[in-house]
Every structure is written in structure tokens, then in C-alpha cells.
Design a protein. Structure first.
Length: 157
């Protein structure tokens, strides 16, 4: 099958597609998905004058079929900014067409523009396809545990 693939920055009109892809990504990782007014919140995070989130989509033959999002963080030990790849997901039927590599090209360009020297991310240990892809991209891994802490809402006085 011939694929006309474009990888580009996320646009406002892509957000409903991003919602669909995030649901599928959560399903792929066997994670719990919940609706949380994401489209409105993404709109602010991605398109404000000082964005908290940066992202790209892949569009194949007119269908948004994948996405990658990143944030910029700061490492205390290195005293330097780094990029955190929050999500990278490509629908099954669109894998193997070089979309992931093109996302990484966008990520590298994004980091170079900001003088950011490295990127960090995590993936489930059973995501062997993803792990193999990341290793082919030259990434290395470091075993760590990922912890979560829920902050209770502030009590009203």
C-alpha cells in the first residue's frame, strides 16, 4: 500500500484525533484511560504563549495515525535542561513506514533549537517493539522504578 505521510506540529484541529490516539495508546499499554477535559487542557498547554507541551502528529493519506509529545524539564545533577518524551504512539497498521524515525528527527531538531543535549522517557518493560525501536534509534536504557504520588486537594478553611 502506498503511503503519503506527513509529520508536522500538532494543530488545534488535530486535538480530537489526539484524544482518539491517546485512548488507543492507553489500551496498548494496558493503562487506565479516563476523560479529563483533555482537549481544552491540551489546547492551553500546546498553544499558549508559553507552552508546557510540544507535539507532532503523523498524517498518512489524510488520517492522523500517530503522535509524539514532549516537555522541557531541568535536571538538578546536570544543571541543564532536558527533553522528556511523554508519549510516542503510532497505530499498528501504520508502523514500519518510517514514522517513528521521522518523529525522532523532529525531536532532535526541537532539542537542537533549544540547546538541549538529551531526552529521557520510559516505556513498559513488555513493550518489546518499542524497546527494539528505541535501541535502533541509538537510545540506551537504565533500569529504574517509576513512582506515582497523588496530591490531595487543598482543604478549604
Amino acid at each position: 500500500m502506498s503511503m503519503d505521510i506527513e509529520v508536522r506540529s500538532i494543530r488545534q484541529a488535530d486535538l480530537p484525533h489526539l484524544l482518539r490516539l491517546c485512548r488507543r495508546h492507553a489500551e496498548y499499554e494496558a493503562a487506565i484511560w479516563f476523560e479529563n477535559n483533555q482537549i481544552e487542557r491540551w489546547s492551553e498547554a500546546l498553544f499558549s504563549t508559553s507552552p508546557d507541551l510540544f507535539g507532532w502528529v503523523a498524517e498518512a493519506n489524510g488520517r492522523v495515525c500517530g503522535f509524539m509529545t514532549v516537555t522541557v524539564d531541568y535536571a538538578t545533577w546536570n544543571a541543564a535542561h532536558f527533553s522528556h518524551m511523554d508519549c510516542l504512539y503510532i497505530e499498528d497498521e501504520y508502523r514500519g513506514y518510517g514514522i517513528g524515525r521521522r518523529f525522532f528527527d523532529c525531536l532532535d531538531a526541537f532539542c537542537r533549537e533549544r540547546n538541549i543535549g538529551h531526552v529521557q522517557w520510559q516505556t513498559p518493560p513488555d513493550n518489546q517493539l518499542g524497546i527494539g525501536f528505541y535501541q535502533r534509534m541509538g537510545a540506551t536504557n537504565k533500569p529504574k522504578l517509576r513512582f506515582f504520588h497523588t496530591v490531595s486537594p487543598r482543604e478549604e478553611a
